[in-house]
Design a binder for this molecule. Structure first.
Ligand code: FE
Ligand code: CA
Length: 538
């Protein structure tokens, strides 16, 4: 039985009338053509009344396409209790999409059943909306109405780049205990078209002595525990504001499950069967809390989140997953997993051509999609971490960090070669993970000063997570001229505007991460002109 009934009304600005809504419902009943929808709609009208407000976690949207997007909420009156304070039964949730923020000009409506096995999460996917415009949406359930969220559709697929622009916020690494979400408060105020999140959305571990706020629960292992962890994060009002402000695209990194995990190998080298059960719990809780399409629903410990998202002919986003399918980190001492500082000259395994970062299937998919024509003006690879080589001599020893791309040099070379071979227009790599801002000119051969620049790389700093060693990052920039900008003093995010001729990035720094109302300032401005890869400080 489908757990979802979509009721698109004709888009185009007509004032919705009660009669119009009834017509929409009848149309859906005919479209489904089974008796199953009827009792469901009857329940929608007479679902259980809830004693407490179930919309404590806010609303979100994501993955815009020309006809619609994903609308998300989760019913959880008491979100940090197992079960979320909900009855162990399905509850009908109605969503409404309107052309105005007062929700008067309704253009779509539908009912989804929020089920206990999905933590009463809702992933609604209205379609048939008008391309390239803003919409507002709201959910109702059990006698309660959610906050109103703002979202938008992508422009028509064939819309020329020259007539389009796109404002982005790019964020990662938001250890809850390490600070307040002043960055998200500012993102919500910026009201971009899209937020791109590059991983470490939750942290499974604590922040240690530097914590400025607390999560009382221990490290999550089970599905209920990961759900509570996500709920702790999502109770933050500034994070809710940013989710309600515009659609998001997301990929994850390690901390959504466990620090430095790689495929089925945990950092403690736990039995893979046990760890895959933990991974399944973490993936499921992640899906349940994100505005992701229902096609991404995990199957046990597997969740396909790599996908591509177009913004007319202006930009194409590849959402990539560097965790789920990767070969475990090289030259890890016996009895443990995860990354280690490694001398690349003494680790033959690093250069093994069978090792992969993306996994063969995802890599084949990406390499097959790169040459697709007509292409977008900008082709943006959204992934977890720094791609620029960053190896150096540190405290007298040659050193690479094996958890990042430096631990997968063969795959990195393949990817850069694929971008060059496919003559992909204006490739841009976005990354997070390293808790510092970087802008780099990625070269086919980083060691050769005459090697051509293949792509422009931007790494956003952390929203809150602890800062790295400034000396180390400074040293990386000294050793590698392709690193054109770094910043290590502040948390924050990247603000980006993409137009047909230029990409402009602003490094947004949070003055005091211990305050939710901290000022956020522009620390630097960078630019890439079309046809000239490599960010330039302006
Ligand atoms: Fe992180
Ligand atoms: Ca990470």
């Amino acid at each position: 039985m489908p757990d979802f009934v979509d009721v698109p009304l004709p888009a185009g600005g007509a004032q919705a009338s009660p009669e119009g809504n009834v017509r929409g419902r009848r149309a859906t009943l005919f479209a489904i053509g089974t008796g199953l929808a009827l009792p469901m709609l009857a329940r929608a009208a007479s679902g259980p009344r809830l004693a407490e407000d179930p919309f404590t976690l806010g609303v979100a949207s994501g993955y815009p396409h020309p006809g619609g997007m994903v609308l998300w909420t989760r019913l959880a009156p008491r979100p940090v209790e197992p079960g979320g304070g909900m009855p162990a039964q399905g509850v009908p949730v109605e969503y409404t999409v309107a052309e105005d923020d007062a929700m008067r000009r309704v253009v779509a409506r539908g009912t989804v059943t929020a089920r206990p096995e999905n933590a009463h999460a809702v992933h609604a996917e209205p379609d048939g909306l008008a391309a390239g415009r803003w919409y507002w949406y709201r959910f109702t359930a059990g006698g309660w109405a959610s906050p109103i969220g703002r979202t938008r559709t992508a422009p028509p697929a064939e819309a020329a780049a020259a007539g389009l622009s796109l404002d982005l916020a790019i964020a990662s690494c938001q250890q809850y205990e390490a600070g307040y979400y002043a960055a998200y408060r500012r993102i919500a105020a910026d009201a971009p078209d899209l937020v791109v999140h590059l991983g470490d959305y939750i942290y499974e571990g604590g922040a240690g002595p530097s914590a400025v706020r607390r999560i009382p629960e221990p490290v999550p292992m089970t599905l209920d525990e990961y759900r509570v962890r996500h709920a702790r994060y999502r109770l933050d009002p500034d994070l809710q504001r940013a989710h309600a402000a515009c659609p998001w695209l997301l990929t994850w990194d390690d901390h959504e499950v466990e620090n430095d995990y790689a495929a089925s190998r945990s950092q403690n080298d736990d039995p893979p069967g046990w760890f895959m059960e933990r991974r399944a719990a973490a993936y499921r809780a992640y899906y349940e809390h994100m505005p992701m399409p229902r096609r991404m629903l995990p199957m046990g410990p597997y969740m396909r989140l790599h996908t591509e998202v177009w913004h007319g002919r202006l930009a194409r986003f590849f959402m990539l997953d560097g965790r789920q399918y990767r070969t475990p980190q090289a030259c890890t001492p016996p009895g443990r997993g995860g990354g280690v500082p490694t001398d690349p000259g003494r680790c033959a395994e690093l250069h093994d051509t069978a090792r992969t970062f993306l996994g063969q299937q995802q890599r084949d998919w990406l390499f097959a999609r790169l040459p697709v024509r007509p292409e977008a003006q900008w082709n943006v690879l959204c992934q977890q971490t720094l791609m620029q080589p960053a190896g150096l001599t540190w405290q007298g020893l040659p050193w690479v960090h094996t958890d990042g791309w430096d631990g997968y040099p063969v795959e990195r070379a393949r990817l850069l070669a694929a971008l060059a071979d496919a003559r992909v227009a204006n490739p841009v790599v976005l990354g997070g993970d390293v808790h510092a801002f970087y802008a780099c000119a990625l070269k086919q051969d980083n060691a050769d000063p005459n090697s051509p620049v293949v792509a422009s790389e931007f790494v956003c700093g952390a929203v809150t997570s602890p800062l790295p060693s400034a000396r180390y990052v400074q040293r990386v920039a000294e050793v590698h001229p392709a690193v054109r900008y770094t910043h290590t003093d502040k948390r924050g995010y990247l603000r980006m505007r993409i137009s047909a001729t230029r990409l402009n990035a602003e490094v947004m720094g949070v003055t005091d991460v211990r305050r939710a109302d901290s000022p956020v300032e522009v620390l630097a401005r960078l630019e890439v002109a079309t046809g000239r890869p490599g960010p330039v400080v302006v």
